[in-house]
Each structure stands twice: as structure tokens, then as C-alpha cells.
Ligand binder design. Structure first.
Ligand SMILES: Cc1cc2nc3c(=O)[nH]c(=O)nc-3n(C[C@H](O)[C@H](O)[C@H](O)COP(=O)(O)OP(=O)(O)OC[C@H]3O[C@@H](n4cnc5c(N)ncnc54)[C@H](O)[C@@H]3O)c2cc1C
Length: 125
């Protein structure tokens, strides 16, 4: 489980799992997520201490890795999550976004003298 305090002082709780191993319907009914939270040691005591209760409805979405097949076109280039995104459990997003930004900056610099074609040579994951 992942949690972060939002600027609104609400707490966002995320459950990451493998679709083959979890009961999606049960998790999405609200109480299911709350039951999963109760099984955690640190997060559940944090929520109890601050009296957090389920607020808005629970949303489920696919968080698997993905990438564009083309990273640039006429007057545009995709960088970071816009170019390729990762399974959240891999913790690859920030490092790759930084690498991607640097790589794109070099490509743009090169493009000012030539073209952007070599930006397509991004690593594949
Ligand atoms: C809950 C969660 C936990 C994560 N945990 C980790 C982790 O532990 N380790 C890790 O490596 N990665 C983690 N990631 C992934 C990581 O946050 C992203 O991969 C990374 O932030 C991507 O950086 P980015 O610069 O491509 O995009 P972003 O960080 O999303 O930055 C894009 C920026 O562009 C702005 N923007 C969007 N549209 C416009 C527009 N039209 N005009 C102007 N600005 C615009 C947005 O407001 C945003 O500030 C996590 C992601 C989430 C959602």
C-alpha cells in the first residue's frame, strides 16, 4: 500500500497489486480497501491516530508499464511519463524522467544543428 498527504489535508491511499491475485470487485467497494488498510502495521496506526475515514469513492486502474512507439514528431518530443511509464512497484519513473529530460535536451541541442532523429534511440524496458 502507498499513502501520501495531499495539500487539502486529505490522505490518499493506494493499493498496488497483481490483477491475478486480488479481488478487484471487493477492493473497489470501499470497505474492501479499508480492510486491506487495517492489515498494515504502520499505515493503519497512522490512520487511526489521525482518525482518517474512507472519504470519496474508490477507483481502480491499470498501472502497468507502457511506452510510446515514437518519441518525437514535427516540433514535439515526449519526455518522462509522457514518453514511457512504469509499473509503480518498479520505482523507475523519476530516474527515467531525469534521464529522458537530459537525453531530450541533448537531442534538441543537436537538432538545432541538424535533426531530432537520434532521440528515437531510447532504451526499451
Ligand atoms: C502515487 C505515485 C507514486 C510514485 N512513486 C514513485 C517512486 O517511489 N519512485 C519513482 O521513481 N517514481 C514514482 N512515481 C512515478 C514518478 O512520480 C513519475 O514517473 C515522474 O514524476 C514522471 O516525471 P515527469 O516529469 O515525466 O512527469 P510529472 O512529474 O507528472 O510532471 C509533469 C508536470 O507537467 C505539468 N503539466 C501537465 N500538463 C501541463 C500543461 N498542459 N501545461 C503545463 N504543465 C503541465 C504537471 O502539472 C506536472 O507538474 C510515482 C507516481 C505516483 C503517481
Amino acid at each position: 500500500m502507498y499513502s501520501v498527504l495531499l495539500p487539502s489535508r486529505e490522505r490518499l491511499v493506494t493499493y498496488l497489486g497483481d490483477l491475478d491475485l486480488l479481488d478487484r470487485q471487493q477492493l473497489l467497494n470501499g470497505e474492501g480497501l479499508w480492510r486491506q488498510l487495517a492489515k498494515t502495521r504502520l499505515l493503519s496506526s497512522l490512520c487511526q491516530a489521525h482518525d482518517y475515514r474512507p472519504g470519496t469513492s474508490v477507483h481502480g486502474m491499470d498501472a502497468s508499464s507502457g511506452r510510446l512507439s515514437v518519441f518525437h514528431g514535427l516540433r514535439w518530443a515526449a519526455v518522462g511519463d509522457a514518453a514511457l511509464s512504469f509499473d509503480p512497484l518498479s520505482s523507475q519513473g523519476i530516474a527515467t524522467a531525469l534521464y529522458c529530460g537530459q537525453h531530450c535536451a541533448q537531442a534538441v541541442h543537436a537538432a538545432l544543428q541538424g535533426d531530432l532523429r537520434h532521440y528515437q534511440a531510447m532504451p526499451s524496458y
